[in-house]
Design a protein. Structure first.
Lengths: 374, 191
């Protein structure tokens, strides 16, 4: 198996055209695929045993999560429907995506555009599963594929498997405990230890992540000899990501898994932010052997807050020279119409769980056909 | 100037930074789930042979290096200069001892080497992996000693010195691995 990184092809587009002799074969050994199947069953048993309902939601949706750094795959197609704006029928079609010069409002709002016939392969089933919660589901889980553009590396495949769950009534603590139980009972690993983002960041970098400025973070990166890309000094988040990624994460979860919680408010995703000094996001992540495995939130329930964060992310996307994404969604519609219960949700990269279980170095060892052979 | 989007960087590509050509010898993609993607590279400077680490982020552009490899025949040496000729275009290249580096040890007139051109100018030369050289001087062979584990120094026709087995004699032809600089075997005339 030639990993993509060593492939002679200059771009992913070339790679797709490039069929190599023998590349019809799976990259994962059957022994690993058997272990993968066992873990799938163990995960199902874990949730079903706790009264969770297994659900399936669309992978192809008109809505998409607006993250600054996660790019969904657009599919130039949408079902025939009536324009929300004009009431006129909109013709479905296979038109290629064109740069339509979408303009953002000053606060980062981008509408769904009827002249842009496009649906999105989901980067996670988050929106649809939350719509189920809004409609009354109490505890649900799903094992499905998710898609993220341009993500390919030893731990990434653009198409990957997520295990995602939501349980009504959970606060941050209960949400983290459920993840801990899963680590213990499904993966057969020790129960994780818990540490705040602030503690662990300070321990490895000497800086307080909530207050350190971009120049301070940059100085520490330099002191530790971390090769840094060009990041402007008004983008402290990216500097913090760089330090976390290079100086903190490699140490996390050896040998005992660790759950990091209470993230800086600017990295909240769709987690509740607790106001205070400093404000922090009720977000948590699981790390095992230096690998990030799961991300969970004590969920935001306010539709205006979801809209505000989407707009904020769009503003960054435009700064990063990325296409902005439509802000409105049926999730926002749902939260506007009904009150969303307190709940915790979490998504776990299932392929990485298999990697940990079999001691794989690279994701293609645990998936039958990675992107280059898909 | 051609550029690569960092998303298209791969091991083996040649890129240009601050006017110097680099080869990507290692490439990794890392990305925190919600954070910025990083493209981490180990790069070999094709002129200085030094290795550096560089990290880029999504959306960055990297200049492609106009580096090509051609076949060039070694013509002659003139003092500190080595003169080669492109076997296809007959263009001549004048390389300094610095540019030739270790390769001088193996260069025989008429030898066809691989030459790296950056923006059309030579930056380095690689001799064939194996070359046959005549031993110009060494201590006489110890009688009856054909063991290969006893080594002695020898000077070959290019002026380079290397270790050879004790049984090798003056005027013998020996095959040398240019990648390691080590003796491989003794060969017969005409081989």
């Amino acid at each position: 198996m030639t990993p993509l990184a060593e492939h002679p092809a200059a771009s992913i587009a070339d790679t797709m055209k490039l069929r190599c002799k023998g590349d019809w074969r799976p990259t994962a050994r059957f022994e690993v695929l058997r272990r993968r199947a066992e873990l799938l069953r163990a995960a199902r048993d874990f949730f079903i045993g706790r009264g969770f309902l297994e659900v399936e939601t669309p992978l192809l949706s008109a809505d998409t999560i607006v993250d600054r750094h996660i790019d969904p795959l657009p599919v130039p197609f949408q079902p025939e429907r009536t324009s929300r704006a004009t009431g006129a029928p909109v013709v479905s079609g296979g038109e290629p995506l064109k740069d339509t010069g979408a303009r953002l409002s000053p606060e980062g709002y981008m509408p769904h555009r009827d002249d842009l016939p496009c649906m999105w392969l989901q980067t996670s089933p988050e929106f649809a599963m939350k719509r189920l919660v809004a409609a009354g589901a109490q505890a649900i889980f799903q094992i499905c594929k998710a898609f993220r553009r341009q993500e390919r590396g030893p731990l990434h495949n653009p198409e990957f498997t997520l295990l995602e769950w939501y349980r009504v009534g959970d606060n941050l603590e209960k949400g983290m405990k459920l993840l801990g139980d899963l680590v213990e009972q499904v993966a057969g690993l020790p129960y994780p230890e818990f540490v705040t983002y602030q503690e662990i960041f300070r321990f490895y970098t000497g800086l307080d992540p909530h207050y350190a400025s971009a120049p301070e973070l940059a100085t520490v990166a330099d002191l530790h000899g971390v090769p840094a890309p060009e990041i402007p000094f008004d983008d402290a988040d990216s500097w913090r990501d760089l330090l976390f990624c290079e100086l903190v994460q490699p140490h996390l979860g050896w040998p005992r898994p660790v759950i990091v919680y209470n993230y800086p408010a600017s990295q909240a995703g769709l987690a509740c932010v607790v106001e205070g000094e400093p404000p922090f996001a009720e977000r948590f992540e699981l790390f095992i052997r230096g690998i990030e495995l799961a991300n969970g939130y004590h969920e935001v329930t306010d539709p205006n807050e979801i809209r505000r964060r989407a707009c904020h992310n769009n503003t960054w996307r435009v700064r990063d020279k990325k296409q902005p994404l439509p802000v409105d969604s049926r999730l926002i519609d749902a939260l506007t119409e009904v009150s969303f219960p307190e709940c915790c949700g979490c998504a776990l990269g299932f392929d990485r769980l298999v990697m940990i279980a079999v001691g794989a170095q690279s994701i293609e060892e645990v998936i039958a056909f990675p992107f280059e052979r898909a | 100037m051609a550029t690569y989007n960092v998303g298209d960087l791969r091991k083996g590509l040649k890129i240009q930074i601050d006017g110097e050509p680099y080869l990507i010898v290692e490439f990794t993609f890392v990305k925190p789930g919600k954070g910025q993607a990083l493209y981490k590279c180990k790069l070999k400077n094709l002129i200085k042979n030094t290795v550096i680490d560089r990290t880029w982020k999504t959306g960055d552009q990297v200049e492609a290096a106009d580096v090509e490899e051609v076949e060039a025949q070694f013509l002659y040496r003139q003092g500190d200069h080595f003169v080669f000729m492109n076997t296809e275009t007959y263009e001549q290249y004048d390389l300094t001892a610095d540019q030739v580096d270790e390769a001088w040890k193996y260069l025989k007139e008429g030898m066809v080497c691989r030459m790296l051109l950056f923006n059309g100018s030579p930056i380095g030369v690689t001799p064939p992996f194996h070359v046959v050289l005549r031993v110009e001087y060494c201590e006489p062979a110890a009688r009856g000693n054909t063991a290969t584990n006893v080594m002695k120094p020898a000077r070959v026709e290019t002026g380079a010195e290397l270790m050879v087995p004790a049984f090798v004699e003056i005027d013998d032809l020996i095959k040398v691995d240019t990648r390691t600089g080590e003796y491989v075997e003794r060969v017969k005339e005409g081989e």
